[in-house]
Design a protein around this ligand. Sequence first.
Ligand code: FEO
Length: 396
Amino acid sequence: MNMVAREIVKGVFSLSAIDWDRRYFDELIPLPEGTSYNAYLVKGERITVLIDTVDPTKKDELFRDLEELKVESIDYIVSNHAEQDHSGSIPDVLERYPEAKVMTNAKCKGMLIDHLHLPEERFRVVSDGEVVDLGGRRLKFLLTPWVHWPETMVTYLEEDGILFTCDFFGSHLATSNLYARGDYLALSGAKRYYAEIMMPFRNFIKKHIAKLENLEINIIAPSHGPIYREPKTILDAYSEWIADEPKNLAVVAYISMHDSTRVMAEHLVDALIRKGVGVKQYDLMRMDIGEYAMDLVDAATVVLATPTVLAGPHPAALNAAYLTNILRPKVRYFALMGSFGWGGRTEEIVKNALNFLKVEVLGTIMVKGLPGEEDLKRVEALADEIAKRHEGLEKM
Ligand code: FEO
């Protein structure tokens, strides 16, 4: 059990359940550094509020903390987000504290009823910008939809300048450090989190960050990973990630059955490096999708290389194309390389899988069998095109 209540400022506590061993989230997202679920307790003179809860697997630890802090009554559980890693212990908290109500926005209320079957009468609905006085301190609720579900909001503790952001600015990082110290691990965890979860909603995030500029924020307290006592660290990092301009980075992802596509991918990577293009090469059989997503945050170009299997792309290549598409990165250029034995519809299938991306297709190089000298010259010409397009982009 790892859950320790720690006071952030007088009367405001972090109740963080550290999940050192979890290795997948949503059975999709790798968690190489584990994760944490952070609830927060805010004590006003009249009203006590629990902000979010923890994953239901950690509810006993939450109750242990509440007992340790001698919390005899909770007036409201603020739910910033209906996903179960934050809301899943709400039914148990409502049972333990029969006077408590869930304070959230109308959309989130509907989703909590859908997912957790919470009773209608246990809610108090708040609207965008509404302020609730706890006695001596006030909470302000700001709707920030689509980070990353439609009901998401943040809660601002006005007197202390603490912004409770739930997933927003979070990181999947199991650490005993209560606070991020601007270290590589904290920012790398936050970037991975942004890439996997927030990137498809980049344009919403831009608007929400602009809205937050009106607040005096001293502390950003997300519900995953460490707290930011220097909010600028994470706000500056987000500004870089959500910027429209990509960097001088080409991601080359390949899978090879009989070496033909491996030869092409490696030839391209060598040529790009010679021309000053930053490159990340991935073998799709061994790729960590989180690392791939992190590179998509910055990449200007994606090149996919696949053999032809039963008249189409290798399923791993199609999976990568699908993932690239749904993450909606700011990538500008795409190219396809591949090999075939006697034909197929690889090009058509891959391009259809990229329908969300507004990319310029720089070329398709499909080779019959093992690539020869002429084929490799075409690969070098593709490297030339990529290098030309990357001129002027910031180096990684
Ligand atoms: Fe951490 Fe979207 O839940």
